[in-house]
Design a protein around this ligand. Structure first.
Ligand code: GAP
Length: 444
């Protein structure tokens, strides 16, 4: 993890938030490359979950909502972690972190045994809407995106004219005042979720839960996370919310252990029923065929953007051996991102920066590829160094414009370039006219 965290900072993937002021625990900023990686992930999720399906539509709800939403959903009452204070070192600990030595509770920080009883600590951030700061103007930053989908269920159903089963997808920020943010971005206080609420009839719920688990596993493989690093955990009843009939966690084998990437949960009709009861507005579905009215059930695949980005980086990080300028083998750090996810798709290099013809041709290629993908032009330093810099940030392809491109030695090679593959480091000649098509086949 140390190597990954340091690479992330050095190459502009992820930095500590407010760093010049000493940072703020559990909060992170994504730099120029991190933001590209994150966008590629979110866009691909949207493509697979919304655009490539007839039965899902999207929405983008507000982060602040009426406090009544959080009362009805149960978050105000129960979205909490049990906490214990150590009276000796004053540390506040999650109850499950307290060491139990033969029935005696001990502080993991100082070893002290003078601990308070567990007390509930709500994870939602409070805020006030409007000029006055009192109970009547208070609400919370949303701790999940799902509730906006539930409260707009009826409106979206009407405007989209969908029939059951159908889903509403959303990607957006969520906030939790985590007691113990840790493992880099894994447990943050501000993060993004990619959530689908898939509404169905009660009798379809269990089958759809298994369907969505399979779909979501396929998704991870399609972004380059190997199946061998994923683990499916069936969440036992005692760990599930009382309304949840079944629940899978998709876990990834991070360097710090097997940890949850995504939850695929069968939430029954709990959320819609709660909002119908609390708001007094009908959230029922009318079945044209049977003429029955009922509250749909819901299956929810809920993934974390930041956790998936971290998994992508962990999965991609590799060190191998490659020849340096003098053909001596050296250690190469390479991020083997799937080309779909890679922040930059192609590096474009004129062999020499002081040759006007090479530079001009390379810039023509930049203009040719730019409408299709994010490319990076680099003319500084030896070509091997330029390749290495791109390897380290996971750019899957490198195009070099050389004297062959100008047709100086062999006229048949005019307007061809060297296309280098990041992983195999193999090079082949490709006609400039075929470049976009060749690269697009891998990155889309
Ligand atoms: N709507 C259901 C829901 O929010 P969750 O298991 O609490 O369920 C879903 O969260 C996903 O959101 C998690 O699997 C994880 O990927 C991400 N997530 C939750 N808390 C997080 C945190 N503190 N930091 C980063 N990601 C988090």
């Amino acid at each position: 993890m140390e190597k990954i965290v340091s690479l992330c900072k050095r190459r502009g993937f992820i930095f500590q938030s407010s760093e010049i002021y000493g940072g703020l625990n559990g909060l992170w900023d994504y730099g120029p490359l991190g933001v590209e990686l994150k966008r590629n992930l979110k866009n691909y999720w949207w493509r697979v979950m919304v655009h490539e399906r007839d039965d899902v539509v999207g929405m983008d709800g507000s982060i602040l909502m009426n406090r009544a939403v959080w009362k009805a959903s149960g978050h105000e009452e129960t979205f909490s972690d049990p906490m214990v204070d150590c009276r000796s070192c004053k540390a506040r600990l999650r109850a499950d972190q307290v060491i139990d030595k033969k029935g005696v509770r001990q502080c993991p920080n100082c070893g002290g045994k003078d601990l308070t009883e567990p007390r509930a600590f709500n994870l939602m951030f409070k805020t006030y809407v409007g000029a006055t700061e009192d109970e009547s103007s208070m609400t919370y930053l949303r701790p999940e995106t799902a509730q906006a989908i539930f409260v707009q269920f009826k409106t979206v159903l009407e405007v989209s004219r969908k029939k059951l089963p159908f889903g509403i997808a959303q990607v957006g920020k969520a906030f939790r005042n985590e007691i113990n943010p840790r493992n880099f971005t894994f447990r943050s206080r501000e993060f993004e979720q990619m959530e689908l609420e898939y509404f169905c009839r009660a009798e379809e719920g269990m089958l759809l839960l298994d369907y969505w688990l399979k779909e979501r596993l396929k998704f991870y493989e399609r972004i380059g996370i190997s199946r061998g690093k994923l683990h499916v955990r069936e969440v036992p009843e005692e760990e599930r919310a009382f309304y949840s009939k079944a629940n899978y966690d998709i876990e990834y084998d991070f360097p710090f252990g097997l940890q949850e990437l995504e939850g695929v949960a069968y939430r029954t009709d709990y959320d819609l029923s709660q909002h119908q009861k609390a708001s007094g507005k009908s959230l029922e579905y009318f079945d044209e065929e049977t003429k029955q009215k009922f509250i749909p059930h819901v299956v929810e695949p809920s993934a974390g953007v930041d956790r998936t980005v971290l998994a992508l980086i962990c999965e991609a990080y590799a060190e191998d051996q490659a020849p340096d300028e003098k053909r001596k083998m050296e250690t190469r750090v390479v991020l083997r991102f799937h080309p779909r996810m890679a922040p930059i798709k192609c590096g474009i290099f004129p062999l020499l920066k002081n040759n006007a013809q090479l530079v001009e041709k390379a810039k023509e290629i930049v203009d040719l590829l730019r409408p299709h993908m994010y490319v990076f032009y680099d003319e500084s330093g030896a070509i091997g160094r330029r390749y290495r810099r791109q390897d380290e940030i996971g750019t899957p392809f490198g195009v070099t414009v050389d004297f062959e491109t100008l047709g100086e030695k062999d006229a048949t090679l005019r307007n061809t370039v060297t296309l280098r593959d990041r992983d195999s480091m193999k090079q082949r000649r490709v006609a400039i006219g075929e470049l976009a098509g060749t690269l697009l086949a891998d990155i889309t």
